[in-house]
Write a protein that binds this ligand. Structure first.
Ligand SMILES: NC(=O)c1ccc[n+]([C@@H]2O[C@H](COP(=O)([O-])OP(=O)(O)OC[C@H]3O[C@@H](n4cnc5c(N)ncnc54)[C@H](OP(=O)(O)O)[C@@H]3O)[C@@H](O)[C@H]2O)c1
Length: 328
């Protein structure tokens, strides 16, 4: 059974691992996506993270299909702030043609991601944009409410504006969402915790060289829930740690001695997932897990007891050697 967590400051209990759906409908086809989502649900994953921009605008409708008949059995987060490129048949054809290559070539995927990231647009928040965006998300998802509605990469100025705060309160009182979150930078989270009680959850990139979660909770003076992502990331900790191991066989020995087996990539991925689960032990760690192998692996780690030694080991491996920066 996947470990569960009661999220501080909320009435929600979630699986400790969540399914991140940024690639659903773009890199990952609808059919592959639906079978991975169904498998994750059957294995006990209850948290699903999506946004209007994900999958070049295709992710929310696919999640809507997945949700049929099980809306009340999952926790659903969607967002406002980033919009996808206009949906058109030409773009869909490009994704369909590129999929087989993107599945195997992470270098190409990186380039493709950059191109698609430039097609997404981050817009300033207004009350009208917020209320229209959630209505459209709910339509696409075929849902009456979100468990979590997140401001997606908000500016520090936008998240403290009175009209934005009022629009978010209206969403809560209107029953369109149960909780409000900030999904963005640590700087944005710092500002948000100081601006009223409306922001209850914070979605942040996992970062082995910094641990802002306890600082944020102390600053807020109230319980906060955290959702972390980019544990492996295409340009993130995994690739950089693997690069540094090439010159430092003694580091690989430390990883092996700590019980992380398999090839180097598998051992490092497992260590980083353990570290992420340990460093956000009261929250949810998001991973992309559309491949069956990755999903089985990540879920298996989420069924084990937390391993606090993973934090110490990664800290030791990265300290003074590699600068690890997660890509968001
Ligand atoms: N709020 C924000 O601004 C923001 C930013 C970034 C991400 N997110 C959220 O976080 C989710 C996860 O994104 P991420 O960037 O953190 O991706 P990730 O989970 O680090 O995954 C990156 C890649 O690693 C692969 N992978 C997963 N498990 C693996 C394992 N055990 N071993 C080796 N490779 C593995 C995935 O493949 P497969 O998927 O093919 O299995 C994927 O290609 C997103 O989908 C999104 O929901 C939010």
């Amino acid at each position: 059974m996947i470990n569960k967590v009661q999220l501080p400051g909320t009435d929600m209990t979630s699986s400790v691992i969540g399914f991140g759906c940024a690639s659903l409908g773009s890199r990952v086809s609808r059919q592959q996506g639906l079978s991975a989502l169904n498998l994750a649900f059957d294995s006990g994953v209850t948290w699903y993270d999506v946004a209007p921009a994900y999958g070049a605008g295709e992710a929310e409708p696919v999640i809507g299909e997945f949700l049929r008949g099980r809306r009340d059995k999952v926790l659903l987060c969607s967002k406002v702030g980033v919009i996808p490129p206009a949906r058109n048949d030409a773009l869909k054809l490009v994704y369909a043609a590129a999929r087989p290559v993107l599945t195997v070539a992470s270098g190409l995927r990186r380039k493709f991601r950059r191109i698609s990231a430039t097609r997404n647009q981050t817009l300033p928040l207004t009350a009208d944009f917020i209320s229209t965006s959630i209505e459209r998300s709910l339509q696409r998802l075929g849902a009456d409410y979100l468990d979590v509605f997140a401001l997606h990469k908000p500016s520090v100025e936008d998240l403290q504006r009175d009209d934005v705060l009022r629009a978010l309160e209206n969403i809560l009182t209107g029953g369109k969402a149960r909780h409000i979150s900030v999904a963005g930078s640590v700087e944005a989270a710092h500002t948000a915790v100081q601006h009223g009680n409306v922001y209850r959850l914070f979605q942040l990139a996992d970062n082995p060289t910094a641990s802002p979660l306890s600082q944020l909770t102390a600053l807020a003076g109230r319980p906060l829930a955290f959702v972390t992502h980019s544990v492996l990331g295409v340009d993130g900790a995994m690739d950089r740690l693997l690069q540094s191991l090439a010159d430092r066989p003694e580091d690989l020995k430390k990883i092996r001695d700590a019980g992380y087996n398999g090839n180097e990539r598998e051992a490092v991925a497992t260590l980083l997932i353990d570290r992420a689960l340990a460093s956000n032990k009261d929250g949810v760690v998001l991973t992309s897990m559309f491949s069956r192998k990755h999903q089985a692996h990540n879920i298996a780690r989420a069924t084990r007891p937390i391993n606090p030694d993973a934090i110490r080991l990664v800290d030791e491996l990265v300290k003074g050697k590699v600068h690890i920066e997660s890509v968001v």
